[in-house]
Ligand binder design. Structure first.
Ligand code: PXG
Length: 297
């Protein structure tokens, strides 16, 4: 019989059935909090420091004080993986505003809660990586910078969820979300890249994308290959007419796209640049990262 998952809540480990938070936590009542999705491969956590930095930046932006420092947060992540004796998997790190009364004010919440779940994740069918995904444009837009900044990885994912519903209804694997001006921002949980004439393009973060950690790794990998990488605003037209189109994200990794709004991308199979970057990405995640069970040398 398999052991129950051990979940970290505020410095203590609980067996999954006992891992519970209050119904008065504002994370539940208002979606008030921030999170990270992190992968670990081959006993190393991929880009852990970058995820922790983004978490604290998201918290700062929503005026949330995380009750532990970054070193303690890193230890909470590593010790939760160790407690579950996992070697490859996925971490969901959640910081909620904490327990408060009914009423929006976060000032009634005395202390934020830190939750670390270490588990496994499989987002797309393995076939998707060989054949490519089907994308559709969603009517639901990314929030504008003057409402909730799209750079904040908050517990408010309802617009992403609504876009995902639209994508599934249209028989798509993923949905493209535009910004208020109608330019391509990103997918519901992934960043977007195209290749055209040997140059790699991705929308800038200010177009409404999350500052993806996989995105940054892929930009570095493309440049290391000597490819020109341009961050520029893109319209749907640019995606329709791309030679190659692929998505990046912690859960999805690097995944090719075969069809977008009924337009076949390239020749309908993953292109050479996409294939190279997938291979580079796999090498990178298998050989770098924060060691979980040994001290870094
Ligand atoms: N855009 C959005 C809106 C995201 O939520 C990304 C881009 C990719 O960023 P990273 O840093 O992961 O390369 C994300 C990340 C899940 C899940 O459970 C979602 C994400 C990451 C991990 C798991 O659906 N989204």
């Amino acid at each position: 019989m398999s052991q129950p998952l051990k979940i970290h809540i505020d410095g203590q480990l609980y067996d999954e059935p006992e891992a519970k938070i209050s119904v008065f936590d504002h994370g539940l009542l208002y979606g008030d909090g921030v999170f990270e999705g992190i992968r670990f491969y081959n006993d190393r956590v991929f880009r852990l420091d970058e995820h922790i930095d983004r978490l604290y930046d998201s918290a700062k932006a929503i005026h949330l004080t995380i009750p532990i420092d970054k070193a303690e947060m890193i230890e909470a992540v590593l010790s939760t993986i160790r407690a579950n004796d996992l070697h490859d998997g996925y971490i969901r790190l959640v910081v909620t505003r904490g327990v408060g009364g009914l009423g929006l004010s976060p000032y009634r919440c005395k202390k934020a809660s830190v939750i670390v779940i270490a588990s496994t994740i499989a987002l797309y069918d393995p076939e998707a990586y060989e054949k490519g995904l089907k994308l559709v444009t969603c009517a639901t837009r990314r929030p504008n910078h003057d409402s909730l900044s799209p750079a904040v990885k908050s517990l408010n994912y309802l617009s992403n969820v609504m876009a995902k519903v639209e994508a599934i209804a249209a028989d798509g694997d993923e949905g493209v979300m535009l910004n208020a001006a109608g330019y391509v921002a990103e997918c519901t949980g992934d960043n977007i890249f195209i290749v055209k004439g040997g140059i790699v393009y991705t929308p800038p973060v200010h177009a409404g994308a999350l500052n993806g950690i996989t995105r940054k790794a892929v930009i570095e990998l493309a440049r290391a290959r000597g490819l020109e990488l341009v961050e520029t605003e893109m319209a749907r037209y640019d995606l329709y007419t791309a030679d190659e189109l692929f998505l990046t994200g912690t859960a999805a990794e690097v995944v090719p796209v075969r069809i977008y709004d009924e337009r076949v991308i390239g020749d309908g199979t993953p292109g050479p640049v996409t294939r190279d970057l997938i291979a580079d990405f796999h090498r990178l995640v298998q050989s770098t990262g924060t060691p979980i069970y040994t001290v870094a040398t």
